[in-house]
Design a protein around this ligand. Sequence first.
Ligand code: ZN
Length: 483
Amino acid sequence: MDYGDYEGVMGLEVHAHLLTNSKIFCGCSTAFGAEPNSHTCPTCMGLPGALPVINKKVVDFAIKLGLALHCGISRKSIFARKNYYYPDLPKGYQISQYEEPICTNGYLTIYTNDAKKRVRVNRVHMEEDAGKLVHENTIETSSYSMVDYNRSSTPLLEIVSEPDIATPEEAVVYLKVLRDILLYLEICDGNMEEGSFRCDANVSIRKKGAQELGTRTEMKNLNSFKHVEKSLDYEIKRQIELIKKGGKVVQETRLFNADEGVTYSMRGKEEAHDYRYFPEPDLLPLIVSDEWIDEVRKTLPELPMEKMERFTDKYNLPRYDVEILSSDKDLADYFEETIKLFPEPKTVSNWIMTELLREFKEGDVSPKDSPISPACLAELLSLVKEGTISNKIAKDVFPEVYKTGVSPKKIVQEKGLIQISDESAIIATIDEIIARSPKELADFRAGKEKLLGFFVGQVMKETKGQANPKLLNELLLKRLKGE
Ligand SMILES: [Zn+2]
């Protein structure tokens, strides 16, 4: 998007729910969707005298993400109390990290319009989530509020970027890349609808080329990629209009209304000092040893960006293919399993991106649950390569193989779909068609070469698509030219 003389300046704050079995400071379960208030104890209910104990797994996950984002890992970090009152926060404060977070100064690489860009990551810190208020219909129409503390004290990582993002599209790419990394690391399920991956954005504008930052507004709880893009675009345009009219941007928190496609002022923006942060007296500083970091480092998988680069170099695939294949770890594994058995990367990639992904999309199936195994797909492609069936037949058979899981060889045999590669049989059909089409033949010979397609179509129809296309073309041309 282009904003004329202006440009957007955005920083994103992402909250990622961690896939630990228990909460961050107590042993309660983090399972989603349980009976309200059934996963609670004195600690996560904030009862007097209950003390927090840090869950080691949360620290493991924070280090893991920090390493993946090229951050420095603090050998000593501290937890802090962020004080505010809300009914879903029974303690009256949230345990977070403020002055000394666990990970600092990293970056994430994104590609936009084929340009590589680094978005700096200011920090990653650990914190607990609040509970949840439940209303009848909407908060505006409900006559009461109910509170569910199951989510209270579930572990979060907050990932704060520097204001390096210039357009709503870049913001979406950044979020997708970050989400892919979390999924690859298997530390967050990335589910935006259930709120496991939430985004707030700081938005300001400035004249193109200016260094100084404008006054920013904060957009809260953008819960889909589409909303992120729409709301940021709206907000940038709103600020530009305001400035052009001689107005001033006010620092505030705004909410995006997805139905109307506009943002509304929610409240004046709080500053850090409003929260009266101070070190959490019930938790000791967290000390992380080099050995601990090394242990976590050993568990790091190949990350999406590394995989993309390897796929590009090793398999010589275009950027478009590589981006799609590496966007999902299971899909990338599927691709690599298949090419072990059928070593033609581009052919396999084409089939995965068209036929297979179409089926996945239609049935809402994820790659790891694919009903057609890599071996099965490789077998189908081998049948085409050997000339047993045409590519067209392979595409026709594919949905059945997908649905039934029956081997492609078997289906092809049972249905009598084996390609006709017998010259005399093809010639016989060609001659029959030519005899039936004197006018088309004369036109062809008079120079209307486009009619080749007509003859190919007729022969294919007659042979139910089973004539070997390469052979058919050769033989047909000879016959049409009277050779
Ligand atoms: Zn608890």
